[in-house]
Each structure stands twice: as structure tokens, then as C-alpha cells.
Design a protein around this ligand. Structure first.
Ligand code: TMP
Length: 427
């Protein structure tokens, strides 16, 4: 394979991993997927390596993106088995302060709006370390989590957040139903994109949701990604880039519907969508407005995607040029946030430990490891001063404001930040 030969110039240990091709749209079941963007071969986005495995063969997978001309869903063309990605997981919701604040607000707003009480069971799908559920628990709501990562579910259970260690599916939904009954509320926050089988997912939601139940789904909004050009969220864990159109298409097949939509700036722009059984809640006018706006920008048409891809390749080239030129000038460069998306960005731009000496991160699970492909050591955020960096690449660009704020003093002393989007800029 020509691509493998090319990637071996960057990482001689690269081998081709196992994957399956996507042929049918996950949302509307049509065979109308059209390729528009290629990242080449990529290692697993969260495939951080320990020192022992650093020089062993590393698996790479093709990363291609398509849109569906029937419903406007954007999706990856290749899938890695979810067991390989999620059995052991390094992402923890509790590691990013702005995310914790966001989830706290989410819980208090939802509890108020739907008058949740101890009698109401809330199920959080992909509950991670239980951060969101802990806030519902403090508000007196009955809680249950389900998460496939063994290490993370263990952490959640140890902090008294009841968590089933499994994937959410039609099968696990049936088991939950038998043991706990139906749910007044289900939450799926930053998880819907990770689930390959939407038929199983929404059959499970339909089964578990009480007659007057509400399922809140929050996800980075496709329209925002297209506008902000923040392409590095496209990686092997995020299989779907969701719009109101594509979500409505899958819900309709399961006799459910979106009855309200809210926009939130988190993760570069996200939608919080309120779902119920068809006809139970009055539809907010905003639902129709979102659908109309998606039609106006041409969410199911080729033009927007062709333009997006063109701009993505330009950002890649500029980013590489900026970093290489700083490195040639003997500037000390680090990364800020050992994120999965940062790994996509660095590998796509062919930037590695030659140019970037370290990446700081607050997550204990990531510290002491090396980034996949680019092999950059991840060090605690607290060691920032010892690194004496001149530049820090905002690989956690979604938390730009919070990171700049907490580094106010360092910036005064000369530390500069590089934000990759919408075009690589020095701050
Ligand atoms: P995410 O963008 O996938 O949510 O991950 C953000 C990562 O950045 C996570 O590993 C924690 C890290 N981080 C820091 O190290 N310092 C910070 O101030 C923030 C906000 C995040």
C-alpha cells in the first residue's frame, strides 16, 4: 500500500491495523455516501504508548470522511472495533475544569426544567468517571451509568456512582429494563458519535424511555465544525458528525422526535437536543429553524464539503510550516493538552518529538505516556515552568479561554500560544 510506505518515513514501526468499511448511512440507511476528505493513515487517536511499547509496531488505519446526500450525515468511512478503542480508556470528564462546570450546569438546568426527583431514574450512556451523574446525585435524582471502559467504570463505582461496565445497546437496554425499569431521563453527552450501530442504540433508547421520558443528546454540531474548520475532531472514535436532519432521520425510524434544541459553545459549538416519543411534547419552533438553516447551507450537497476539504489541507500545510520554521529557529515548542484531536492534528501535519519536546496534560492516566504516532512525552501540567517553552500549541483548543486565563502570568513573561483554527495563529 502506497500510503503505508509514505507513513513509514514518519514512523518506521507503522503496520496496517484491522478495520471495516462503512457502506450504508448510519442515520438514514441509504447507500448514498460520498467521499470528500482523506487524512491518510492514522494511529488510534487515544493510543498513547508506554515506554516499553514505544519502539514496537504501531497500528495505523485509513481515516476517510464521507457525507450522505440523503440526510446530510457526515461519517467516517472506516471503523475500528469498539472493543479495541474503549476497553481501556484514558479520557476522564473530571480532568478539564470547564467541562466539569459545564456538566454541573447541565445537571442543575435539567433537574429544574423537568422537575426531576428521587423517584425518577436517570441513565447516563457513556457515563465515563461519573462526573455528570455525581451532580444529579447531589440534586437528589436516582442515577445509573453505563460505560464500556473497565478502568473508568471502576473509578466511577469506587466513588459511589453505580455504573454498569458494558456498551449500551439493544441487548444491554433490555437487561437494564428488567432490573431497573424505565427511565424518566436518559443523557447521551459526547457519546452518540462514538456508537457505530445507531439502530441498536435507538432501539435501546425507545425501549428504556418512559412514556413521558426525555433523552438529551449533546454532540459537537456538524454546522459549527464546518464553519470553524476544527477538523481534528474527525478521528476513529468520532464516527458521526451530527446535524438535526440526520438525527431526525434516525429518530423517525424509531418513532421518536426532537422537540427542542439548544446551542452551547462547548467543544467548538455543540447542540443539546431534547428527544421524546413522537407527539408527547410540544415542539419548539427552533427545531424547524435549525432544519431550515441546515437546508440553506446545503448540508446534503457536495459544495460545502469540497470547500471544507480544500481549507483543511491548507490549514495542515500552514500549521506544518509554522511549527517547522519555529523549530528551525531553535524555539522550544510544547503542546497544551494531550488530546485525541491533538494527535490527529500532529500526525496529519507530520509533526513529532523532533519539533515538540513535550505535551502537558492534567489527566493522571496520560502522564508518563507518549503520543501515538508522534511519540511526544506527556508530562503533568504542573511541570510547565520546568519546560521553559517559548511556544505552546493549543492541542486542547476547545479550552482556549480557560488555558489562556490560567497562563496569564506566563504569557506576560513571554510564553506564546498557537491556536490551529480557523487558521494557525500565534496568541
Ligand atoms: P478534550 O479536549 O478531549 O476534552 O481533552 C482536554 C484535555 O486537556 C484533557 O486531557 C485534559 C487537558 N487539559 C489540561 O491539561 N489543562 C487544562 O487546563 C484543560 C482545560 C484541559
Amino acid at each position: 500500500m502506497k500510503e503505508l510506505k509514505k507513513i513509514r518515513e514518519f514512523n518506521p514501526q507503522a503496520i496496517l491495523g484491522k478495520y471495516t468499511k462503512v457502506l450504508v448511512c448510519r442515520a438514514c440507511n441509504s447507500k448514498t455516501l460520498h467521499h470528500f476528505l482523506s487524512f491518510g493513515l492514522m494511529p488510534k487517536p487515544n493510543g498513547f504508548l508506554d515506554k516499553k511499547h514505544l519502539h514496537e509496531p504501531e497500528q495505523y488505519y485509513p481515516l476517510n470522511v464521507a457525507y450522505c446526500s440523503t440526510c446530510g450525515m457526515v461519517q467516517l468511512e472506516e471503523i475500528i472495533s469498539p472493543n479495541e478503542l474503549f476497553d481501556y480508556y484514558v479520557y476522564a470528564s473530571s480532568a478539564s475544569f470547564p467541562m466539569v462546570e459545564h456538566l454541573k450546569f447541565f445537571a442543575s438546568e435539567t433537574t429544574k426544567r423537568f422537575s426531576l426527583t428521587k423517584k425518577d431514574l436517570i441513565l447516563d450512556v457513556g457515563s465515563n468517571d461519573g462526573t455528570l451523574l455525581s451532580f444529579f446525585q447531589q440534586l437528589g435524582v436516582s442515577i445509573l451509568g453505563i460505560d464500556p471502559a473497565k478502568n473508568i467504570a471502576k473509578v466511577a463505582n469506587a466513588r459511589d456512582i453505580p455504573t454498569i461496565n458494558d456498551f449500551f445497546s439493544q441487548k444491554t437496554a433490555k437487561k437494564i429494563m428488567q432490573t431497573y425499569g424505565t427511565c424518566k431521563m436518559m443523557t447521551i453527552v459526547n457519546v452518540v458519535a462514538q456508537i457505530p450501530d445507531w439502530n441498536s442504540l435507538f432501539t435501546g433508547v425507545k425501549l428504556l424511555l418512559r412514556n413521558d421520558g426525555v433523552c438529551i443528546i449533546e454532540f459537537p454540531y456538524l454546522v459549527d465544525t464546518l464553519k470553524t474548520l476544527e477538523f481534528d475532531t474527525m478521528y476513529h472514535e468520532h464516527l458521526s458528525f451530527v446535524s438535526v436532519h440526520s438525527l431526525s432521520a434516525v429518530l423517525q425510524r424509531h418513532n421518536m422526535e426532537v422537540f427542542d434544541v439548544e446551542h452551547d459553545p462547548i467543544h467548538g459549538g455543540s447542540l443539546r437536543v431534547y428527544v421524546s416519543h413522537t407527539g408527547v411534547y410540544t415542539k419548539n419552533k427552533k427545531v424547524q429553524q435549525y432544519l431550515k438553516e441546515e437546508d440553506v447551507i446545503g448540508i446534503s450537497k457536495p459544495q460545502i464539503y469540497t470547500l471544507f476539504a480544500k481549507k483543511v489541507y491548507l490549514i495542515r500545510d500552514k500549521m506544518r510550516q509554522v511549527i517547522l520554521s519555529l523549530a528551525r529557529g531553535k524555539k522550544k515548542i510544547i503542546g497544551y493538552g494531550a488530546t485525541a484531536k491533538g494527535n490527529v492534528l500532529l500526525n496529519f501535519c507530520r509533526i513529532n518529538s523532533t519539533q515538540i519536546g513535550a505535551i502537558v496534560d492534567s489527566t493522571s492516566y496520560k502522564q508518563g505516556l507518549y503520543t501515538p504516532g508522534s511519540h511526544i512525552p506527556v508530562v503533568p501540567e504542573s511541570s510547565l515552568d520546568e519546560l521553559k517553552a517559548d511556544y505552546a500549541v493549543l492541542t486542547a483548543w476547545n479550552f482556549t479561554d480557560a488555558i489562556l486565563e490560567k497562563n496569564k502570568e506566563r504569557r506576560k513573561k513571554g510564553l506564546k500560544f498557537i491556536r490551529p483554527y480557523p487558521t494557525p495563529t500565534i496568541l
